[in-house]
Design a protein around this ligand. Structure first.
Ligand code: ADP
Ligand code: MG
Length: 636
């Protein structure tokens, strides 16, 4: 090992020689900042000696807003002005907010701008404002601890965050005066923290259950390169839901049908949360609920009862786990390690059941609350140019397919979900009518076949197309997604060279009125019949599987399968096709599972044959790109 060098007093390394960069875990519940100091990453403590602050901001008309623990303390007395869980609303439109539980807790202005704002004593505040306040606080902690200005930060986001949510995070950073070196998926950061890049090659699962979001990701490591193979999750599931369920349970035990006000609910939630957290290390949690000045209800909750309460919520995390395994085209037994991330993975039931699911003991060595920030700090150090010879490359994927509306309200997917970014893909379209001189382009995001079932991202028009017969013009539409997951779409008519393009950056009333429209018309809502939806999704999934396996068979089925094996697979496809005609999502699901099981040998043989070559090509390209961007950074 090389000797560490110490400079003469007063002659220590000038700040510019080491560029100060941090990793920030901007959580729904808690946020923290970490940095690499003397070669190792650690979480930075604030002036109160805390390494994590609640993601809470309290607004008042009298003094400046307060952030973190000081804000949390105001929650019971001044609930409407104490904003928490704002991350859940990042990048969301008015309808999403109305349907979220936050709508019951806060007062919103839904029609002021493109995004709803919390009404507070200090005026209207969007989720971006709230996040910016939290980021400013973390920036302060970092600059005080590190003793200089930051060159930038790597900020983590759930892997499932869509375009609008990522952009909202960047906007918040800009408001807080932080230069974003990169948005990084939280699970990828966790894997970096564990140093899995220097471990053996293989697939790792990251199970992240925080306060407000659940993410499951499969990462593949190969020769020190991370690739996110697949991600899934639920942006509205986490420890908050455990708290709500426990609070309801306590309220029922105490025989209280109606709470007097929001403040009382807040108090109850705090109680529920501490009961829950106690049960991570005890078998029984006694509690006291103050009903009024004279009466206090005393009760207790056992681990067994608690487990029963949260079981249905825990189970919701398993469907996405199965989904990523399917998406990645691997078997569960291929998963070599399972990393636990997020405060809610301290719950013993969660650890146990996830271990059961993956059939191995899950990893909990690094503090599940710190692991994301630590990984982000390591990546920030690399991106700031402090490690010129680092080989750490991170490849992310887009979480939802991106496509265009075509005739009949159908979606043509241009970039399928789980494609590695950055990426550019082009596709040609043509005119529908004779003499057509304009074309409406509608960019959507989602897995469904119908535009009405997907999320609308943007609309724009290509004009001045030369008038020709239908089908004579060639319009090339290009989708580009940058390293942060942000999309740019352009359309080019090849003969005349007319071009139109749009940045898909929903910017929430910061400027574009046009983009407001897009958000309003956006997400489909849960009011829809749940059964119908499950059926529709299962049908789409069934068709997708048939399509995928069918095209694989057409491409090289003969190469990898004997005639007998082939006819078995064909029979399973036929079986799935028949199940698609019936209205039972369970039947379709079973048929999908059978087909997947029956064709797994085929899939594996194909993968073995082709993936290696593909990977090798991609990595080279990535390496070149990253070298270029490292140069750019050190110039800036
Ligand atoms: P986020 O990523 O959403 O900010 P965190 O990873 O910080 O969330 O996790 C916060 C959640 O973890 C909260 O719901 C909190 O109650 C829960 N939590 C923290 N410690 C424990 C514990 N000991 N037992 C159970 N849950 C815990
Ligand atoms: Mg988290």
């Amino acid at each position: 090992m090389a000797l560490l060098q110490i400079s003469e007093p007063g002659q220590s390394q000038a700040p510019h020689q080491r560029r100060l960069a941090v990793g920030i875990d901007l959580g729904t519940t808690n946020s923290l900042v970490a940095s690499v100091i003397s070669g190792s990453a650690s979480v930075l403590k604030d002036a109160n000696d805390q390494w994590s602050i609640p993601s809470v901001v309290h607004y008042s008309d009298k003094h400046a807003s307060v952030i973190g623990n000081a804000a949390q303390e105001k929650a019971a007395d001044d609930p409407f002005n104490t904003i928490r869980s704002a991350k859940r609303l990042m990048g969301k439109g008015a309808d999403d907010v109305r349907e979220s539980w936050l709508a019951e807790h806060y007062q919103f202005n839904y029609d002021g701008g493109s995004i709803p704002a919390f009404k507070t004593a200090a005026g209207e505040k969007t989720a971006i404002d709230v996040s910016a306040a939290i980021l400013s606080e973390l920036r302060l902690t970092a600059e005080q601890t590190l003793g200089g200005d930051l060159v930038g930060a790597v900020i983590t986001v759930p892997a499932y965050f869509d375009d609008a949510q990522r952009q909202a995070t960047k906007d918040a950073a800009a408001l807080s005066g932080i230069h974003v070196l990169r948005l990084l998926n939280e699970p990828t950061a966790a894997a970096v923290a564990y140093g899995l890049d220097s471990g053996t090659d293989g697939v790792v699962a990251i199970y992240d259950l925080g306060g407000g979001t659940f993410d499951i990701s499969l990462l593949k490591m190969q020769r020190g390169v991370f690739e996110v193979l697949a991600t899934a999750g639920n942006t509205a599931l986490g420890g908050d839901d455990f708290d709500n369920a426990v609070a309801d349970w306590i309220q029922a035990q105490a025989g209280v049908s109606q709470l007097p006000d929001q403040g009382a609910r807040r108090q109850l939630l705090r109680l529920a949360r501490s009961v829950k957290e106690t049960l991570s290390s005890a078998m029984l949690a006694p509690y006291e609920l103050k009903l009024n000045a004279d009466i206090t209800f005393k009760g207790e909750l056992s681990v067994q009862q608690f487990n029963d309460i949260i079981e249905p919520m825990f189970k919701k995390t398993l469907a996405p786990c199965r989904q990523v395994i399917r998406d990645a085209g691997i078997a569960k037994t291929d998963v070599q390690a399972v990393v636990m991330v997020g405060g809610s993975t301290r719950v013993p039931l969660v650890r146990e059941r996830v271990s059961q699911f993956f059939d191995q003991t899950v990893l909990t060595d690094i503090d599940p609350d710190q692991v994301v920030a630590i990984g982000a700090a390591i990546q920030a150090d690399v991106l700031a140019g402090n490690k010129p010879d680092s080989e750490l490359l991170l490849l992310d994927v887009i979480p939802l397919s991106l496509g265009l509306e075509t005739m009949g309200g159908l979606v043509e997917k241009i970039i399928p979900r789980n494609t590695t970014i950055p990426i550019a893909r082009a596709q040609e379209f043509t005119t529908y009518k004779d003499g057509q001189t304009a074309m409406a382009l509608h960019v959507v995001q989602g897995e469904r076949e119908l535009v009405s079932d997907c999320r609308s991202l943007a609309n724009f028009e290509l004009r001045d197309i030369p008038a020709r017969t239908a089908g004579a013009c060639r319009i090339q539409v290009l989708f580009q997604v940058d390293a942060d997951g942000l999309l740019m779409v352009s359309a080019l008519e090849k003969e005349s060279g007319v071009l139109a393009s749009i940045d898909v950056k929903p910017s929430y009333g910061l400027s574009d009125g046009e983009i407001e429209q897009m958000l309003k018309a956006s997400i489909e809502h849960a009011s829809e019949d749940v059964r119908k939806r499950a059926l529709a999704e299962q049908k789409v999934e069934g068709s997708r599987v048939i399509e995928a396996i069918g095209s694989a068979l057409a491409a090289d089925g003969d190469q990898h399968l004997t005639a007998d094996e082939r006819s078995d697979v064909d029979a399973l496809i036929e079986n799935l096709k028949q199940s698609l005609e019936q209205d039972s999502s369970d039947a379709i699901k079973q048929a999908i599972e059978k087909l997947e099981a029956g064709s797994s040998a085929f899939v594996e043989r194909r993968m073995n044959a082709s993936v290696k070559q593909l990977m090798a090509g991609q990595e080279l390209e990535e390496l070149e790109r990253s070298l270029v961007s490292a140069d750019d950074l050190s110039d800036s």
